[in-house]
Design a protein around this ligand. Structure first.
Ligand SMILES: CC(C)(COP(=O)(O)OP(=O)(O)OC[C@H]1O[C@@H](n2cnc3c(N)ncnc32)[C@H](O)[C@@H]1OP(=O)(O)O)[C@@H](O)C(=O)NCCC(=O)NCCS
Length: 216
């Protein structure tokens, strides 16, 4: 039996690969995805696992204000811009084959994909992504719009600042803090704190450049 909420239709914002995995995840949760929307006109009319990419995001605003919705776009700054602007009910998505400890705090719009593990007393900020087979160990603090890529492992007590991206397969030692907007490269091993607004790669992870602040 699904609760009343689970019977409400859902739309997905975005029409790429991440959106496709979201459609699959929502179905695994028993949700019905009725449409996807993307601002790339070349995607209109295409399907994500049988769900049509109907039109632009502004069309979704007109057709479905207040509907249950999920952002299916990975880039943190795009997620932030859409979440703040669009008039939808942002739902929390957790694949039934993820493990999320009951003490974890999940804010609106969080997405946890299949195979992910989130351990006790972690906080997942709004619209963050814990992607396929990633793990966040105990007492993690994951900021808003953070993108934790597939196969990332965060040890206990790791803090990831708002809108940071941790690249595929990276590992982060216990107690580390990674600053806001920072990008950690795929396969990196983070053994020391990283500041905000940098790109860091390698084992051990080293800063290779800074990121220009984005206009609000
Ligand atoms: C870190 C990253 C963002 C850097 O991208 P970029 O700014 O375009 O950097 P470049 O490709 O110009 O590379 C700059 C230098 O860093 C090195 N580098 C880039 N990514 C690296 C990585 N992951 N590990 C080690 N070195 C890396 C490059 O070899 C290059 O070195 P060089 O100057 O000696 O030739 C990107 O390479 C990356 O790892 N992204 C993660 C992608 C991901 O996780 N995708 C999952 C999606 S679900």
């Amino acid at each position: 039996m699904h609760s009343r909420n689970e019977q409400r239709p859902v739309i997905v914002i975005g029409g790429g690969g991440h959106a496709k995995v979201l459609v699959s995840t929502l179905r695994a949760m028993g949700r019905t995805v009725i449409a996807a929307f993307d601002d790339d006109p070349s995607r209109h009319g295409n399907e994500l696992l049988g769900v049509e990419i109907v039109g632009s995001i502004s069309e979704a605003e007109l057709r479905y204000p207040g509907i249950d919705a999920v952002i299916g776009i990975g880039a943190p700054h795009v997620r932030r811009m859409l979440a703040e602007r669009l008039p939808f009910n942002w739902i929390t998505v957790v694949h039934p084959h993820a493990y999320v400890d009951p003490t974890v705090v999940l804010h609106d719009g969080v997405v946890v994909m299949a195979g992910a593990v989130v351990q006790p007393e972690t906080v997942l900020g709004q619209h963050c992504i814990i992607n396929t087979s990633a793990s966040v160990d105990h007492d993690g603090h994951i900021g808003e719009y953070v993108n934790i890529s597939p196969g990332v492992h965060l040890s206990g007590n790791v803090t990831v600042g708002d809108a940071a991206t941790i690249g595929i397969g990276a590992s982060v030692l216990q107690g580390i803090t990674i600053g806001a907007n920072t990008v950690v490269g795929g396969g990196a091993a983070v053994i020391r704190d990283l500041p905000s607004d940098v790109v860091a790669v390698g084992c051990p992870a080293k800063v290779i450049r800074t990121i220009e602040a984005r206009a609000a």
